[in-house]
Design a protein around this ligand. Structure first.
Ligand SMILES: [Mg+2]
Length: 157
């Protein structure tokens, strides 16, 4: 079994109300929210963090280093990043899954819908967030992974 978490940052590890600034002066990330993420992953039995957020493209340098440091404080490490074009974030995840057949369970954390509903497997594993503590199923028929992961988030929030 190999579990992966496809992670957006803005709207998951922060909200518009977050007052912490990143090194480059953008909205930073909240330690409490990273703690919830780390706790949920631990309860799940561990998993690989794959960054889908546009932090991977437009926040390279000090901000990405800062994100890595903040995650590391909770024992988390970004293991990979997806590649996507023109906000086709779902397609980027599908491409990643194609090249990583070992991943048989995964969830998608994001505050936006992008093209996710083009792919039923992603839609069923998508938790739409308003800050990670507010995670709602995108699908009316969520996958078991999404049900479990959301339950763990709720327990930790
Ligand atoms: Mg976002």
């Amino acid at each position: 079994m190999s579990f992966a978490i496809f992670l957006d940052v803005d709207g998951v590890l922060n909200t518009r109300k977050t007052v912490i600034a990143s090194p480059d002066g953008h909205i930073g990330v909240d330690c409490t929210r990273i703690g919830i993420l780390a706790g949920a992953i631990k309860k799940y039995g561990g998993g690989a963090l794959v960054l889908t957020s546009d932090w991977k493209n437009v926040r390279i340098g000090d901000d990405l280093n800062y994100l890595r440091e903040k995650l590391m404080e909770h024992g988390l490490e970004i293991s990979a990043m997806t590649e996507d074009h023109f906000n086709k974030r779902g397609q980027g995840i599908m491409n990643y899954l194609d090249t990583h057949p070992e991943i048989d369970e995964y969830v998608v954390l994001d505050d936006n819908r992008f093209d996710f509903d083009d792919f039923s497997k992603l839609w069923e594993r998508l938790l739409i967030t308003g800050g990670i503590e507010n995670a709602a199923f995108a699908s009316k028929t969520p996958a078991v992974e999404a049900i479990l992961f959301r339950e763990y988030i709720k327990e930790l929030s």
